[in-house]
Write a protein that binds this ligand. Structure first.
Ligand code: HEM
Length: 107
């Protein structure tokens, strides 16, 4: 299993509004090998807000297929960084990937 994270650095006080933009699925659920998604707001960050989108996949190749797809492009067509639109609350983003060594769900 594989995890990909997108970390958003946001203007202070804007995290809740950004998190709400993730409530409705925009096609990722149709991609082969996509399993789970979490959207988190990091606690105890003082100067800015931080939101992470964590996606879990069967394999890295499934994530890469999504990145190359029109589904990804469409889900991001209204997304702007501050460098593209000064009114956007999104200062920047950083992507991290992980190999999942172990996963347990208590159910
Ligand atoms: C270029 C940098 C990126 C920014 C600023 C960004 C920000 C956003 C925002 C604000 C949305 C909500 C859509 C909307 O409001 O219209 C969204 C959708 C999404 N983003 Fe990104 N994103 C970026 C790249 C990525 C990357 C690389 C990943 C994965 C690691 C990712 C994961 C997701 C997911 C899972 C969704 C929901 C897609 C769906 O439901 O089909 N994003 N993104």
């Amino acid at each position: 299993m594989f995890m990909a994270e997108n970390k958003l650095k946001l203007d202070k006080g804007t995290a809740e509004g950004i998190v709400e933009r993730f409530y409705k699925r925009q096609g990722i659920e149709t991609i082969d090998g996509f399993k789970e998604m979490f959207v988190t707001k990091t606690n105890d960050v003082d100067d800015y807000d931080e939101v992470k989108i964590l996606t879990i996949w069967d394999a890295e190749s499934c994530f890469k297929n999504w990145l190359k797809s029109d589904v990804f492009k469409n889900a991001h067509k209204n997304v702007r960084h501050q460098s593209q639109d000064e009114k956007s609350p999104i200062q920047n983003n950083e992507v991290f990937t992980y190999s999942i060594g172990y996963h347990y769900v208590n159910q």
